[in-house]
Design a protein around this ligand. Structure first.
Ligand code: NAD
Length: 482
């Protein structure tokens, strides 16, 4: 159900859609689909809440409330875990270490951030000699539309809701139609800790001609923060143009890893295995292109192939499970179309390349084999387009310049990983890769105070730490003539 003005409500139209498990295709829930009336009610309640008790809270009181939200998520850890795992099919071992703890941490880190920022101040001279003082105050932007993807549902939603609320805004969240549960559950948390009605709202539905479009084109929305595909980002930017809404865009990627012959091989293999296959390859920061210096190319490919074959698929709650299914049958059709294209183009299939044989009810799930290819030209769609599955193409290189050129040869610019023990080279390359995030000898190592976002078609703007405040607040200059 939707969560509007502190209450769980159905759609007036009675329209619902099915939420099915990607593990075995069983029905989890029927979800109410918001039409314009529900989106309108959510935006109106968010607007009204800005003028209510929420808008009058001190920063300290607001921060305490967000700490309480985080504590309540942790108290209900198992409920969130179960909901996230049911929607996504991801292994419990992953969701319990990443999704749910980060979901809670996102509230604490931004509650701390807002308490610790200073504002700018300029003293200026005036012709009469008395002077003037300028200082900037941060005010909330207003009603923020939060449109989220399905790959890390709670984590990515709270990454936006945390700072938005910390800055004093109110939000209307549109979770992905694939993963409606944890955003809904968060409504219960908000009520339990006394967040006033209307501050946090959730409307369910799809994108075009549904809740997503109704929300992002709503005149009552002041700003839109979006995470998802680049193509969807472009559609939302068009909607944002009417009404001149501020936007933050965290979009797709085709992220490279560059592996030099002087790397710590075990570390490079272990980390690349994670960056390619974690969350069944459905991580925006995940690696889909690997460039390996020629002397270690064969050895690296052999070991990455072995790692791919060792990723055991299975039920999320099974300790032995190393990889879950893709999010849906529809997404599997898309990923499989790339698997078929790679085969047709004559790729060498080092590992995987198809659908694993699953037993019993699991045979109905959206399972797919972790896959490693070599041998395709850089112009191939496999090397150019975001697949968003557990797969990568590995290409050899001979010089540092060539590796940089290949890594940068993409319309995307989200993340990169570089493996080398040569410190000078690491720094040199870090500055030359055209990405928002560059990891050296690591991947997905996140300090939430640091800037996060993409270059080129991977996004607009940066969130994280004080950078989130730039988006979720308006700076107002006050000039006082003395
Ligand atoms: P998606 O773009 O299909 O959907 C994202 C959200 O947008 C969903 O809630 C969807 O209902 C909504 N939507 C779709 N069309 C819309 C429209 N016209 N108007 C308004 N809303 C609309 O993305 P997805 O498939 O859910 O997620 C996977 C994508 O997200 C990948 O491309 C991945 O790289 C990207 N992603 C990026 C980051 C990042 O931080 N840069 C993080 C995670 C995922």
């Amino acid at each position: 159900m939707h969560f509007i003005n502190g209450e769980f409500v159905r759609s007036a139209s009675g329209r619902t859609f099915d939420n099915v498990s990607p593990v075995d295709n069983r029905l989890i829930a029927r979800v109410h689909e918001a039409g314009r009336p529900e989106v309108d009610a959510a935006v109106r309640s968010a607007r009204a809440a800005l003028d209510g008790p929420w808008g009058k809270l001190t920063v300290d009181a607001r921060s305490k409330m967000l700490y309480a939200v985080a504590d309540e998520i942790n108290r209900r850890f198992d409920d969130f875990l179960q909901a996230e795992v049911a929607d996504t099919g991801k292994p419990v071992s992953l969701a319990s270490h990443l999704d749910i703890p980060r979901g809670a941490a996102n509230f604490k880190v931004f509650a701390d951030t807002v308490k610790n920022v200073s504002s700018e101040f300029f003293e200026m001279a005036t012709p009469d000699g008395a002077g003037a003082l300028n200082y900037a105050v941060r005010v909330p932007k207003g009603v923020i539309a939060v449109v989220c993807p399905w790959n890390l549902p709670l984590l990515l939603m709270t990454w936006k809701v945390g700072p938005a609320l910390a800055c004093g805004n109110t939000v209307v969240v549109k979770p992905s139609e694939e993963t409606p549960s944890t955003a809904t559950l968060l409504g219960e948390v908000m009520n339990a800790v006394g967040v006033p009605p209307g501050v946090y709202n959730v409307v369910h539905g799809f994108g075009p001609n549904s809740a997503g479009e109704f929300l992002t084109s709503h005149p009552g929305v002041n700003a839109i923060t979006f995470t998802g595909e680049t193509r969807t980002g472009a559609a939302i930017l068009k909607a944002a143009a009417d009404g001149i809404k501020a936007t933050s865009m965290e979009l797709g990627g085709k992220n490279p890893a560059i592996v030099f012959a002087d790397c710590d091989m075990a570390q490079a293999i272990e980390t690349t295995t994670r960056s390619v296959f974690a969350n069944c390859g459905q991580v925006c920061l995940g690696t889909e292109r690997v460039y390996v210096e020629r002397p270690i190319f064969d050895e690296f490919v052999k070991r990455l192939g072995e790692a791919a074959r060792s990723m055991k698929p299975g039920r999320p709650e099974d300790d032995a499970t190393k990889i879950g299914p893709l999010i849906s049958q529809e997404h599997r059709r898309k990923v499989l179309s790339y698997y078929e294209k790679a085969r047709a183009e004559g790729a060498t299939i080092v590992a995987g390349g198809g659908i694993p044989k699953m037993e019993g009810a699991l045979a109905e799930g959206a399972w797919i084999e972790p896959t490693v290819w070599t041998g395709l030209p850089e112009t191939s769609a496999i090397v150019q387009e975001e697949i968003f599955g557990p797969c990568c193409h590995v290409t050899p290189f001979d010089t540092e310049e060539e590796a940089i050129r290949l890594a940068n040869d993409t319309p995307y610019g989200l993340a990169a990983s570089v493996y080398t023990t040569n410190l000078s080279r690491a720094h040199r390359i870090g500055a030359k890769l055209n990405v928002g995030l560059c990891w050296i000898n690591s991947w997905f190592l996140r300090d939430l105070r640091t800037p996060f976002g993409g270059s080129k078609q991977s996004g607009i703007g940066r969130e994280g730490g004080v950078h989130s405040l730039e988006f979720y607040t308006e700076l107002r200059n006050v000039c006082v003539k003395l």
